[in-house]
Ligand binder design. Structure first.
Ligand code: GSH
Length: 218
């Protein structure tokens, strides 16, 4: 069997998602820890983003495609149910997490702390202030979603949960968003429970270069 490579820096939440997927599926992989827009990435991803995957003759870009491949090319428990309705509900939550929660709300907020673009490197307050009311709404939605079973879909840990946890980890370490998660009891319990999973913990990223911790105090 050829080596399966997950290509991308471990701090990327989508690299982390792909690594959790490998672990949950029982797939051995090698991490190639490179930044976006480097030759290894540009050779696979048309936009130079991470993660990318290489497995023998197979090369793939985009975490959803990568996780589809991991889920279907190997034995092991399904990451997305093969039952049409249950599987579709999992896709529904993957889409909500990635196209609404992450891109529109969480990513600008997290970026305003870690990549602020301010002259002195201090947090970008206008971006943070704009994100806060939206974050409140998104956390309330997620809290309701996990309240019943402790999972986004059904009673098991699916690819939807794998997509949510890495971004939730970053938010948990920042001042306003960390406090908001802690105020949403079901979401906080969900976070603590699933962060303890081996597949999630084993791929815990180191802090960004130049930082000693993920936490930024308020
Ligand atoms: N839709 C993509 C998003 C990938 C993505 O945005 N990756 C970030 C790192 S978390 C990246 O490569 N950023 C560099 C850039 O956008 O130029 C996926 O699911 O893989």
């Amino acid at each position: 069997m050829p080596e399966l490579q997950i290509i991308g820096a471990p701090q990327s939440n989508y690299v982390w998602v792909s690594r959790i997927a490998c672990h949950e599926k029982g797939v051995t992989y090698t991490l190639v820890p490179v930044m976006p827009h480097t030759p290894e990435v540009d050779a696979v991803h048309p936009l130079g983003k991470i993660p990318a995957l290489r497995h023998g003759n197979v090369t793939l870009a985009e975490s959803r495609a990568i996780c589809f491949y991991i889920d279907h090319a190997f034995d092991g428990p399904p990451l997305v149910s093969r039952d049409p309705a249950e599987g579709a509900r999992t896709e529904q939550w993957i889409s909500i997490v990635n196209t609404h929660f992450d891109v529109l709300v969480a990513r600008p907020y997290v970026g305003a702390y870690f990549f602020p673009g301010t002259p002195d490197g201090s947090p970008n307050r206008p971006i943070i202030e704009t994100a806060l009311p939206k974050l409140e709404g998104q956390f309330a939605m997620l809290d309701r979603a996990v309240a019943k079973t402790g999972h986004l879909v059904g009673n098991s840990f699916t690819l939807a949960d794998m997509n949510l946890l890495p971004m939730l980890f970053y938010l948990h370490h920042l001042p306003e968003s960390g406090a908001m998660v802690r105020r949403n009891a079901s979401l906080e319990a969900y976070y603590e429970r699933h962060m303890a999973r081996a597949g999630v913990k084993d791929a815990l990223p180191p802090p960004f270069p130049g930082r000693s911790s993920w936490t930024i105090e308020g």
